[in-house]
Write a protein that binds this ligand. Structure first.
Ligand code: KG4
Length: 358
């Protein structure tokens, strides 16, 4: 079964062809250069760029997979969460194609795409023995721990109470004058720096009595204090910005605090939840120190770790078509969306209606 995936939830315009769960093409156009001067994504620029690029990206994805619209069995599109004006472009294109080609359209939750990205590659996904699985989802707008008993059954067991991990890296990079996006800029500049030079906070380190969230505090994240702590550190130590060695040390220490905060929560979750595997997905999962720490955790706990290949970590459409293929494989129903849902939550997934006929 051949599916065309379309993803435009933020600042990547992406299309992919996935055949029986195997990735045949995965075309991603990143708008980073357009947004870099503003230090973050500008929604209006993002949606206009999606309009310009999406038709060509779809054609490229089909050509790379040696396919045509006629070969497709269906389409899968991200309908949330994300920027409303960006989601609308991919969604409108997918819906128009679905109607014109008379092929079913499957609405996919962007987070669900990230979750299943760890199973995707050139071969059909192997899901046997992977569940229950704990997934750490880390991107520019999201940081959460999801316990997945089986495909389609998601339980949020921890999440950030303020900034996302990627946001902390993006904001930290701005303070350090390293540019946008911050994650790769920090990773590159931190190379050779001492990650233990400064002890930055790991968030929610101290037990507090003011906990109002309906989640286990020890599995939740907080990154807003980390960013403030870097700001105060740089104000108190202005020489750091002039001294490359010191700046590399501070950058490496900041990155270490993010990677450590994430890994520590995963370690705690693995003690609490019985798992056949654990995984990490989303843009921040590209981070080398984080990947190293999670690999060490896997060795220590003997719980297998699944990571996505680099082209599947940041936003892409292969994960959207892949998630659709995995849902079909697992016999799960589909949402047939009538509109985008910018605040779509993973937990809402159960609110589904009918299964498209394939
Ligand atoms: O999943 P993603 O592509 O987009 C969404 O947020 O939906 O993630 C983007 C985030 C950005 O915050 C970026 O700084 C971060 O992923 N990122 C990284 C790396 N590459 C991208 N963070 C740490 N290390 C990296 N190598």
């Amino acid at each position: 079964m051949k599916l065309l995936g379309i993803e435009t939830s933020c600042d990547e315009t992406a299309a992919a062809v996935v055949e029986d769960g195997a990735v045949r093409s995965n075309i991603i156009y990143s708008q980073i250069a357009q947004h870099a001067p503003y230090g973050g994504v500008v929604p209006e620029i993002a949606s206009r760029d999606h309009v310009r690029k999406l038709p060509g990206i779809i054609e490229e994805a089909l050509a790379k997979a040696n396919g045509s619209f006629d070969d497709l069995d269906g389409l899968a599109v991200t309908f949330g969460p994300g920027l409303a004006s960006s989601l609308l472009i991919g969604f409108s294109a997918a819906r128009a194609l679905s109607q014109r080609l008379n092929k079913p359209l499957m609405g996919i939750n962007h987070h669900e795409g990230h979750i299943y990205s760890v199973f995707l590659g050139e071969d059909p996904p192997q899901l046997e023995g992977a569940f229950p699985m704990l997934t750490l989802m880390v991107s520019g707008g999201d940081t959460r721990l999801v316990y997945i008993r089986e495909p389609g059954n998601y339980e949020i067991v921890g999440q950030t109470i303020d900034d996302a991990a990627g946001e902390a890296l993006d904001k930290g990079a701005t303070l350090l004058g390293l540019g946008y996006p911050g994650g790769p800029a920090i990773q590159q500049f931190a190379e050779g720096g001492n990650p233990h030079a400064v002890r930055f906070p790991r968030g929610l380190d101290n037990p507090g009595s003011d906990w109002t969230y309906n989640l286990d505090r020890t599995l939740c994240f907080s990154f807003s204090g980390l960013k403030t702590s870097l700001l105060y550190f740089l104000q108190k130590n202005p020489d750091v910005m002039e001294d490359e060695t010191k700046k590399r040390d501070v950058t490496a220490s900041y990155q270490e605090a993010v990677a450590d905060a994430l890994t520590t929560r995963m370690e705690r979750a693995l003690k609490k939840y019985s798992c056949a595997a654990f995984s990490c997905a989303g843009g921040v999962s590209l981070n080398k120190p984080l990947r190293g720490k999670l690999t060490a955790l896997s060795e220590k706990t003997s719980v297998p770790l699944r990571l996505s290949s680099p082209t599947l970590c940041t936003d892409n459409a292969a994960m959207i078509a892949g998630a659709a293929a995995i849902r079909l494989q697992a016999g799960l129903p589909f949402n047939v969306p009538q509109d985008v849902n910018p605040t779509l939550r993973l937990e809402n997934w159960k609110r589904v209606n009918k299964q498209p006929e394939l």
